[in-house]
Design a protein around this ligand. Structure first.
Ligand code: SAH
Ligand code: SF4
Length: 357
């Protein structure tokens, strides 16, 4: 049972855990042991921490908790993508998606995590945006999605390989830049080489174009990948699809990206969902070329994943190809994203716990 006044240990770095153990009158090395149980073994129950004296386990159980979330439900797609529904301590539910990177025996996995319960930005094409906003997730709840998913995967695959998740993308439910501090501290926790050990270059953070967050990220000294959800190259259309564009129009986003690439020397990825009859005409391609060509950036085209109840459609393969070719022929660095988990509503923008209740 979780009690509100217990200290949450998940998300703490080794130093904080050392101070905590000292506050209990315990030697510092206990922190190393507990740190390894939490992050290397994904163990959240003090009773299972077998190298800790029983008396201390009891004391810890009364004073602290490690809230690795429980998987309430999971769905597996034909392509191996798995969607987990997690329940937080306050019973709020969020989703994370595990995507296999290949199909061989040594497959590594990429994990897409949520940053908020719902999302306040209300993009018109997005299932999460249409389901409203409830609250920000805390650092431990983001780190917990990684440990909870990893624990489930190692059990399923009957392996003790604790490094099977190699990439984490902040592209699940919510807008990471509106939960900036918790997102950054979760990145630092995931990156700790003594703990979960996910390389900064294997972490991607995606934003709808929250300019203040982009500018702050430029100063963090992190080597993560920044992805910007573009989806339209004129303000009139972008205002409609992504209401945040009315606050931060394209010019402001482009300036922030330019500043970011200058400060970090890191390439940015522009994501562009293709919506039939909305944003995939030759004129849209020309506008994108003019906008992106001067920037240090890649473009990732994502065929829209249809959401029941929303009017948007995915274009035909011929249209997708034509749009791709126009961009590639103009010399843009462009890739076409394969769809993962479309059959279980685990694809980008299909995450909404509304229909899981
Ligand atoms: N809020 C952030 C990150 C979460 S959304 C953002 O908007 O970037 C992750 C990505 O999924 C974004 O690029 C978003 O535009 C895209 N997306 C949303 N709904 C989608 C859908 N139905 N099909 C494909 N991509 C979608
Ligand atoms: Fe929020 Fe991103 Fe969905 Fe827009 S696309 S509503 S910012 S989660």
């Amino acid at each position: 049972m979780e009690l509100a006044n217990r200290t949450e240990l998940l998300g703490m770095d080794l130093k904080s855990l050392e101070s905590y153990m000292q506050s209990l009158g315990e030697p510092r090395y206990r922190a190393n042991q507990i740190f390894a149980w939490i992050y290397r073994k994904a163990v959240g129950s003090f009773y299972e921490m077998s190298d800790i004296p029983k008396e201390l386990r009891l004391r810890l159980d009364a004073a602290a908790q490690v809230s690795i979330p429980r998987v309430l439900k999971q769905r597996v797609s034909a392509d191996g993508t798995r969607k987990f529904l997690f329940e937080m301590n306050d019973k709020k539910r969020i989703e994370a998606v595990v995507i296999p990177q290949s199909r061989d025996k040594h497959t590594r996995y990429s994990l897409c995590i949520s940053t908020q319960v719902g999302c306040p930005l209300g993009c018109l094409f997005c299932a999460t945006g249409q389901s409203g906003f409830q609250r920000n997730l805390q650092t431990y709840e983001m780190v917990g999605q990684v440990l909870g998913s990893r624990r489930e995967m190692t059990r399923k695959l009957k392996t003790d390989d604790q490094d099977l998740i190699t990439n984490v993308v902040y592209m699940g439910m919510g807008e990471p830049m509106l939960n900036y501090d918790a997102v950054i501290s979760s990145i630092r926790a995931l990156n700790d080489h003594k703990g979960i050990n996910i390389g900064q270059r294997h972490i991607t953070i995606s934003t709808a174009g929250e300019v203040q967050g982009i500018r702050r990220l430029a100063e963090e000294g992190l080597q993560v990948t920044l992805a910007i959800s573009l989806h339209a190259c004129n303000d009139e259309l972008r205002d409609r699809l992504i209401p945040l564009n009315r606050k931060y129009p394209l010019q402001a986003v482009v300036e922030a990206v330019d500043h970011y690439t200058t400060r970090t020397n890191r390439r940015v990825t522009f994501e562009y969902i293709m919506l039939d009859d909305v944003n995939t005409s030759p004129e849209d391609a020309r506008a994108m070329i003019a906008l992106i060509k001067p920037l240090l950036a890649n473009v990732n085209l994502i065929p829209y994943n249809e959401v029941s109840g929303l009017e948007y459609k995915k274009p035909s393969s011929a249209r997708i190809r034509r749009f791709y070719n126009l961009l590639a022929d103009a010399g843009l660095n462009v890739t076409l994203r394969e769809e993962h988990g479309g059959d279980i509503e685990a694809a980008c923008g299909q995450l909404s716990t509304a229909r899981e209740r």
